[in-house]
Write a protein that binds this ligand. Sequence first.
Ligand code: IPE
Ligand code: IPE
Ligand code: MG
Length: 244
Amino acid sequence: MDATLPRHVAIIMDGNGRWAERRGLARHAGHREGIPVVRMCVEECLRRGIGALTLFAFSSENWRRPAAEVSNLMTLFVDALEREVPELHANGVRLAVIGDRHALSVRLQSRVAEAERHTAANGALRLQIALSYGGRWDVVQAARKLAAEVAAGSLPAASIDEARFGAALALGGLPDPDLFVRTGGERRISNFLLWNLAYTELWFTDTLWPDFDVAAFEAALAFFAGRDRRYGLTAAQQGGAASA
Ligand code: IPE
Ligand code: IPE
Ligand code: MG
């Protein structure tokens, strides 16, 4: 396997609102403009053999935006699922939504469930859309799930280790992201995958999400290819490990 290629890429798709506002358009126009960029990222992952892609589409905190923007976004998610799933399926993409799905409308919940069911057997790319997702929500839901198993007597508390806890998180079963990308200029995590990003390489760009193109995606991959991932070891140990 090519170690210079990430196995899992996680992206905060930020800057849609500013993209629109700079053109004198409603923020919603920027969100809509972001959809083809999602398609491009999926295609690039498929073409390059990157096995997993996780996209932050709507955070736990985004519910506090003006009601009209929230409702426009939810409509966009419903429509995008309806429009994109056949092609995703044809390309072997397995889709999953991570986040507090009970907060979503019944209509969106059923679209999500249907898309997940329809694509469940696919293996070319695992695509996670984080919707109503927060890293803290994720840690709490995992803790609650494990606590219920302990209370039921099916899980000894002493057997909860990092692997068991990680498996209870929304991305349980997937490798941690190797590469994190945030567009839109902010240098922060904004409550994305708090646990899973522990050793992820972080790449930030000022490019706004609707302007993020293949060249920008390639720049992120080139950054990743140049990293020396030490995981706490010394560089000399790493050299030893490589030749061992
Ligand atoms: C990211 O773009 C999309 C969502 C958070 C839903 P923004 O809407 O945050 O765009 P800016 O940051 O205001 O430009
Ligand atoms: C992060 O973007 C969430 C998503 C892209 C879905 P925000 O625009 O909500 O983040 P902040 O508010 O700038 O931290
Ligand atoms: Mg933003």
